[in-house]
Write a new protein. Structure first.
Length: 384
């Protein structure tokens, strides 16, 4: 049996080192020799160094154990010789987590949806997935049924879900003894964290399966039927329970959230349950008035009666021609904004007619253009 090295030599500190010196030395060694930072044969050697440094720190960071070690050496803390021994319960990882638990907590996280399985391993709920779906304004208003393809995970046929290369098997994690968690002590409190070595699985796979690379499952795709409810709006989400990523150690799967994106419409713009559209109107039609047809989102047409002398920007409201929202008891309205068009590309004859018409308007004065007269008066007042 190999002789254990002196704990102080392992950490590279003097025997009168303070608690802070011990912690700094251990952190440096743990970061240097952590198995996840090495591969192949180098990983095995690094793991032994990592375990040696962890054991040394666990003993020297405990005041009682350190006193026993200083007096009797390894015999004072070897359980087979009646010494203090290494704690087998939560306290066994006290020094390790106290020095490095905060760092591992940041890297690997605690995660939500945790529980404990029948085998004592930490159970984690799977991550939620997000799927962006673009639909038309008509589909948002009327609803639709469609299909989408999303990622799914199936058990690997090569390793049958074990994650290990055929002919080999996973081994119990020596850091957490298969529990998937380690414990950190802060004063009177003992806090549980995910094991940084096995990532909470409780197992280490020396030879991963070549097909799934140790995951035990392969990423595939599946087709889901999705029903888009009538009245849904931009930015809303539809939840598909259980269609997210699978959980860990038998944990429940996450959910799939379908995020709605509504494509810009050529005519209509939505504002809540109301719709807005711009209606171009010819100059003569605006001046003389009359009935015009406007489209609605449903495909039918509605009629607006323009009064004589309709001005640019005039808005007409059609009740109930908007969208019936998800939680609305009745549909919104359609607002039609008049845009009076000025004639372009005139012929000489049309120019002549317009000039004659303009002269006629000028003779009529403010009777034909009350807004122009009011504006001219305000301009005069401004320069007085």
């Amino acid at each position: 049996m190999a002789t254990k090295r002196d704990y102080y030599d392992v950490l590279g500190v003097p025997k009168n080192a303070s608690d802070d010196d011990l912690k700094k030395a251990y952190r440096r060694l743990a970061a240097k020799f952590h198995p996840d930072r090495h591969q192949g044969e180098e990983a095995k050697k690094a793991e032994e160094k990592f375990k040696e440094a962890k054991e040394a720190y666990e003993m020297l960071s405990d005041a009682t154990k350190r006193t026993a070690y200083d007096q009797f050496g390894h015999a004072g803390v070897d359980p087979s010789m009646g010494g203090m021994g290494r704690g087998g319960g939560p306290e066994g990882f006290g020094g390790f987590a106290e020095a490095f638990g905060d760092i591992f907590g940041d890297i690997f996280g605690g995660g939500g949806g945790r529980g404990r399985g029948a085998g004592g391993q930490q159970v984690y709920r799977g991550n939620d997935l997000s799927y962006a779906m673009e639909i038309t304004l008509e589909e948002a208003a009327l609803g639709k049924e469609t299909q989408i393809r999303v990622p799914s995970w199936e058990t690997c046929d090569t390793c049958h879900g074990s994650g290990a290369k055929p002919g080999t098997s996973a081994k119990t994690c020596t850091t957490c003894n298969g529990s998937g968690t380690v414990h950190m002590r802060q004063g009177f409190f003992s806090i549980q964290q995910t094991c940084p070595h096995c990532r909470g699985t409780g197992k280490i796979i020396p030879e991963p399966c070549p097909s799934c690379h140790g995951a035990g499952r392969l990423k595939k795709h599946k087709t889901l039927e999705v029903k888009i409810p009538a009245g849904i709006n931009e930015g809303m989400r539809i939840r598909s329970a259980g269609n997210g990523e699978p959980g860990t150690n038998g944990g429940p799967p996450g959910d799939l959230y379908i995020e709605i994106r509504v494509r810009q419409h050529e005519i209509f713009e939505r504002d809540g349950d109301d719709l807005h559209c711009t209606v171009p109107v010819g100059l003569t039609t605006a001046a003389l008035g009359g009935a015009i047809e406007v489209p609605t989102l449903g495909g039918s047409k509605a009629e607006i009666e323009l009064p004589e002398g309709t001005q640019h920007g005039k808005t007409f409201r059609l009740r109930g021609k908007g969208i019936k929202g998800l939680r609305a008891s009745y549909p919104g309205d359609l607002y039609c904004h008049v845009s009076v068009e000025t004639p372009v590309k005139l012929t000489e004859h049309q120019r002549k007619l317009l000039k004659e018409l303009d002269e006629s308007f000028r003779k009529g004065g403010e009777r034909h253009s009350p807004n122009a007269k009011s504006w001219a008066d305000r301009v005069k007042d401004l320069f007085k």
